[in-house]
Ligand binder design. Structure first.
Ligand SMILES: Cc1cc2nc3c(=O)[nH]c(=O)nc-3n(C[C@H](O)[C@H](O)[C@H](O)COP(=O)(O)O)c2cc1C
Length: 208
């Protein structure tokens, strides 16, 4: 009888061990962060290119995905928006955000995604970085642009987050609304961006 009890105890222990291994495997397959860090992914996107990159990141690392929205949205008309953004950049106006993020202190890693606007960080992302204290957190910036690059956006992120660890920016070409080319993150481009994002996440140790 004693032998039988010992046998069952061992069997239980082995089953428990195996099920906890399976759990760990499931988590890494789902892309849970190494070290159990909490992730926030905040992005600004007008024509959905940056949103597509944000969603690829979210699929890989999980966490909370948040789109930045303004109390007063930008006009639909492209050139009117370009002019308004230029004026906001000139005066330093920070457009008020409709989006509210609860308990931002709980996050360890904050991905921030934005398009290049007027070769700068878009004013709504400046509003976000101005409104929320990201001190002590790791910031991972990502960007899409119409082919002219990131401009001063990355430098501005670093300036606005002096007490955060800001990792290198990931940037890819998106659409060009000026030329009537809007959403481009499909087909071959989507496959390419998925692979680039995954490599980058592996490099910075955020997914296996
Ligand atoms: C107001 C505005 C200004 C822009 N300025 C630039 C720019 O200076 N350089 C650039 O390469 N692309 C510029 N673009 C193009 C966007 O960066 C590009 O289309 C980006 O992929 C859009 O991302 P989204 O689809 O997430 O909104 C601008 C777009 C808008 C709407």
């Amino acid at each position: 009888m004693k032998l039988l009890t010992t046998y069952y105890l061992w069997l239980n222990a082995i089953v428990l061990l195996l099920s906890s291994c399976a759990k760990a495997e499931d988590l890494s397959e789902k892309g849970e962060l190494l070290g159990g860090k909490k992730v926030l992914i905040v992005y600004l996107s007008r024509t959905q290119n940056t949103k597509a990159v944000a969603e690829i990141i979210h699929k890989n690392v999980g966490g909370t995905l948040v789109a930045l929205e303004l109390k007063t949205p930008y006009p639909e008309h492209y050139q009117t928006t370009v002019n308004q953004v230029a004026e906001e950049n000139r005066t330093g106006f920070l457009p008020p955000l409709k989006t509210k993020i609860d308990n931002i202190e709980q996050y360890d890693v904050v991905f921030i995604g934005f398009p290049t606007w007027g070769m700068q960080l878009p004013p709504p992302m400046k509003s976000f970085l101005n409104e929320y204290n990201l001190s002590g957190k790791t910031i991972v910036p990502f960007n899409t642009n119409g082919g002219y690059g990131i401009g001063s956006s990355f430098e501005t992120v670093k300036q606005l987050c002096p007490n955060s660890t800001v990792l290198d920016i990931f940037s890819t070409r998106g659409g060009s609304e000026r030329d009537g080319i809007l959403y481009v993150m499909e087909g071959d481009k989507e496959v390419q961006v998925q692979s680039e994002v995954k490599k980058r996440l592996q490099k910075i140790g955020l997914v296996k």
